[in-house]
Design a protein around this ligand. Structure first.
Ligand SMILES: [Fe+2]
Length: 373
């Protein structure tokens, strides 16, 4: 690792004595490249909602996991497969990132090598006369893929073998599953591009120490010192916060225009971050997610989605969108300021406040990943 070892060890000291990551962790192109391969490609990255990825009955969709291109295929309902988005002939991309098609076969646009949705090579023009050519040796490279809660997760390969997805998810499943996110539908999406490192955005999400200064609307419906953070198995961090007695959800006036989700605590909001890139905010009447895609050391794309029960007529999500879009923009302004400060030659790895224990858990996990052989 390119970062100073003593600084990383300092980030893993017990809470109360530890420091944040060294500033170079947020600004270095080399660190960013390492993270793309090891923390994003080499872990269970969330690539989106299955309903959106296969929208319109698509059979194929190209996405990226860190710096690795992935081709998802949807053969039959309820089945998702993932392959490296790389032709076995000359490694041309099979489909541009973000694109989808509803073709029943996968044809490389370079030399027309054609594969089935199961990754098997069906046609390689000109090779029929070659008796030594074995199509079975030239299929697409399969990648581990899992579905949970309506989201799709891909492990696109790093230097370590994949940890089983449900070990990675750990006890977060027990907190999120009562919200039955797989039954919810996306009623609003907002995409932001923020001039800050993805870790700055994640760290900001996991503490409300900043709330009294920059989020008056949030503090109006939820006491910033309320709630507890979790310390449970899995590659996630987070905690809950309470609603004020007069508020039924997070909205500008504390009222809901939706319906209560059955079987969940109506007095609290869960704020959970599954590494590397999915933040889940579970409310009494809706679930909001932030899905982070790092673009550069100092740039991150954030797709914010609001999920509601599939009612007829549909819930108008504007009460939730209005509240969180305002709060998001307050956060992005703070994160961009932190990023500018981190680029200063005078930036230091600062200490953590007593109510930044979830930030500590995140930072110490990242520092441990940097330190791992
Ligand atoms: Fe905030």
């Amino acid at each position: 690792m390119l970062l100073d070892r003593a600084a990383l060890v300092a980030a893993t000291e017990p809470f109360g004595r530890s420091r944040m990551l060294p500033p170079a962790a947020y600004t270095s192109a080399e660190v960013f490249a390492w993270e793309q391969r090891q923390l994003f490609a080499g872990s269970w990255t969330c690539v989106g909602r299955e309903s959106e990825l296969r929208a319109g009955d698509l059979t194929q969709r190209a996405v990226s996991c860190g710096d690795v291109g992935v081709l998802l295929t949807f053969d039959s309902p309820g089945e998702v497969r993932a392959y490296a988005n790389t032709c076995a002939h000359r490694n041309h991309e099979l489909l541009p990132v973000g694109d989808g098609t509803s073709h029943r076969s996968i044809t490389c646009p370079y030399h027309a090598w054609t594969y089935g949705l199961d990754g098997a090579l069906h046609q390689a023009p000109g090779f029929r006369a070659n008796a030594d050519f074995d199509p079975a040796a030239h299929g697409l490279v399969p990648l581990p893929v899992e579905r949970w809660g309506g989201w799709v997760f891909v492990h696109a390969g790093g230097s370590h073998a994949p940890e089983p997805f449900f070990d990675h998810l750990g006890a977060m499943a027990g907190i999120v599953d009562p919200y039955a996110p797989e039954q919810l539908v996306v009623r609003a999406t907002q995409t932001y591009e923020v001039a800050a490192n993805w870790k700055v955005i994640t760290e900001n999400y996991h503490e409300c120490y900043h709330c009294p200064l920059i989020h008056p609307e949030l503090c109006h419906v939820s006491p910033p010192t309320s709630g507890q953070n979790y310390d449970l198995p899995g590659r996630w961090v987070g905690g809950s916060m309470d609603l004020r007695p007069e508020a039924v959800t997070m909205s500008l006036d504390g009222s809901s225009h939706g319906v209560p989700l059955p079987g969940v605590d109506q007095r609290r909001v869960e704020y959970l971050g599954l590494l590397p890139n999915l933040l889940v905010s579970a409310h009494p009447d809706y679930v909001m997610t932030h899905r982070l895609t790092p673009l550069a050391p100092d740039r991150t794309q954030i797709e914010c989605s609001w999920l509601f029960p599939d009612t007829d007529p549909p819930v108008d999500p504007s009460y939730a969108v209005e509240f969180w879009d305002l709060t998001n923009r307050q956060d992005w302004a703070a994160c961009e300021s932190v990023q500018r400060g981190l680029a200063s030659p005078h930036a230091r790895a600062g200490p953590l406040a007593p109510n930044e224990d979830a930030v500590y858990r995140f930072v110490s996990m990242i520092a441990s990943a940097y330190l791992a052989p």
